[in-house]
Ligand binder design. Structure first.
Ligand code: 5GP
Ligand code: ZN
Length: 111
């Protein structure tokens, strides 16, 4: 747990957020500023500042295996996943999170 981390606070339920999925290792919740009709984030309960800090193979599995589970729960079959790593890539919250967006067409390459 990182004391000033907003996503640690959400995962620890210090900030009241509607969780759309929770298991032993991860939580998922809707993004505050959605970029698509569906836009949620999957985060590990354990704090890692970014993808660069994860060196436990199991943690990748924990995070990414939750994505299709949440999508199935929401009835979503097609979606865009994004992991911004570092400020220049658009990362603003330094607790790793996977964006999952659906419900519209997505361009490629990503902007
Ligand atoms: P990043 O830019 O780091 O890849 O994504 C951070 C995301 O977290 C943004 O899409 C932003 O809207 C979302 N976000 C930031 N603070 C909060 C919050 O307190 N609650 C929720 N639900 N989303 C947040
Ligand atoms: Zn954190």
């Amino acid at each position: 747990m990182s004391l000033d981390c907003i996503f640690c606070k959400i995962a620890n339920k210090e900030i009241n957020t509607n969780l759309i999925y929770e298991d032993e290792n991860v939580v998922a919740f809707n993004d505050l500023n959605p970029q698509a009709p569906t836009h949620f984030l999957v985060i590990p309960k354990k704090h890692y500042a970014s993808l660069n800090e994860i060196n436990e193979k199991g943690e990748f599995e924990n995070i990414f295996s939750a994505v299709p589970k949440v999508c199935a729960k929401l009835g979503i079959k097609e979606y865009r996943t994004v992991v911004n790593t570092g400020a220049s890539a658009g990362q603003t919250v330094f607790h790793i999170h996977v964006h999952v967006m659906a419900g519209r067409e997505f361009g490629w390459p990503a902007g």
